[in-house]
Design a protein. Sequence first.
Length: 155
Amino acid sequence: MLNFPRWKVIAVVALCVFGILLALPNLINKETVTWLPDWLPDREITLGLDLQGGSHLLMEVDVDSVLDARLEAMVDGIRSEFRAAEIGYTELGVAVGAVQVTLRDVADIDRARPILTELATGMTLDIDESGTARMAFTDAEILRGTKEVPIEFLQ
């Protein structure tokens, strides 16, 4: 068994009793606190917001960065699908919030249209006669990305 010097045991017990006396106003009702001696604190500890009953957290999405990431993913998807289908293209990239690609041969428009339609979910697809395709997010898709989702943590 461990042997501690008597003075250390007394000091630990005295410190614990002192801590209990300081916390006493938090453990009893307010009417009884007025009867306590004056040398004891009579104020309660103010609890933080999380201990008073919860907090409200509102998380928002950075829509521009999400849309940019989706556009870049769209560019990668078009690149891999066109290579697999052996469709020649140039100027593939993101321009002014949309993905733009130009087909090398306008005869490939009919082969490229189903690929682009499948990849362009939630986007508008415009292909002109020169073989330039432009895909941009619809307003509904942008609005879907901007919705705020409140999360509440309650006790």
